[in-house]
Design a protein around this ligand. Sequence first.
Ligand SMILES: [Zn+2]
Length: 362
Amino acid sequence: MSLRTHKIQLKPNNKQATLLAQHCGYARVAYNAALTIFRNALQDGEWKSLYDIKKEFNARKREVFPWCDDMSQNACKNAIHHFSDAVKRWRSGQNRFPVPKNRSGKQSYQAENGKDSVRVERKRVQLPKIGWVRMTEELRWTGGIGRVTVSRRNDKWFISILVMADEENAMVQVPLIDDRPAIGVDVGINTLATCSDGTKFPNPRPLKHALRKLRRASRTLSRKTQRSANWHKALVSLARIHYRVSCIREDSHHKATTAIVRMASAIGIETLSVTNMMKNKKLAKHIADGAWYKFFTMLKYKAERRGTPVHEAQQFFASSKTCSTCGNKKAELTLSDRIYHCNSCGFECDRDVNAAINLCPS
Ligand SMILES: [Zn+2]
């Protein structure tokens, strides 16, 4: 058994969309109520456990939230569990003390409650108190359903379903290519990824292409009266552009990583300190547009599923400056030098391919 998540866009009707939004609201107020109960007790020198908080919340919820009987109680229960997790992270020193959630934050709620409370049937899902909601595609994995989270992004609704996938089913993927070599992968700005065998995956650079539209949409937004009807409309259209940018980026990442994992028996990558690189103001925007960290995360999990080893080069390994034939290291190499020319052995090759060969695990 292995765990798989599949995030699918929902197509709720108007009534269902309203109900989904109300459930997100319920989860939010429950989280905030739990926070208030916990904080007030703490100020009185008292420690409230998850059980205490739940008990106190349930005792008072009908009085404070008279509408809550129309909602699925899974929403508030899971929200209080999330709060309890936040407290654990605070106690372990990982996070700061939890803060209240506000309306403008991310809207989501966790819908399931134990076994079989959420059912999936082809292109629809049954949610407690909401009923059968259409999905844009079928669930990719078969197996028991675990955590189910409904979330909203702008005007779109999504459901994220965790499946305890049966082993054979979990491995249904694009087939591997025979006689696969070990491959080094170099990431860049103009090409998203260059492989040591010369394969290149273009970087669509969606942010760069959307910048004009983004500027105009931001300007329109800034000229509206805050929180007016037209302001909200402008906010949605700005958010839509951002959403499109992230979709294009994600799509190119998926295509490239799947192709690389398919053709490599072992993968070599560099260790990037993206935070450091972002300090270069001229490059920051372009590096962010490539979202290399996400690319590597994707590559790693896809490789892991295949059992393909991933080697990370040492940090500060000069993959671009080193000659892949004789190992000679150049002192100077600017970003505009697209062809690598070795002064020591005369080797000449595309700059990115040279770096990828250096990263190739031997
Ligand atoms: Zn050389």
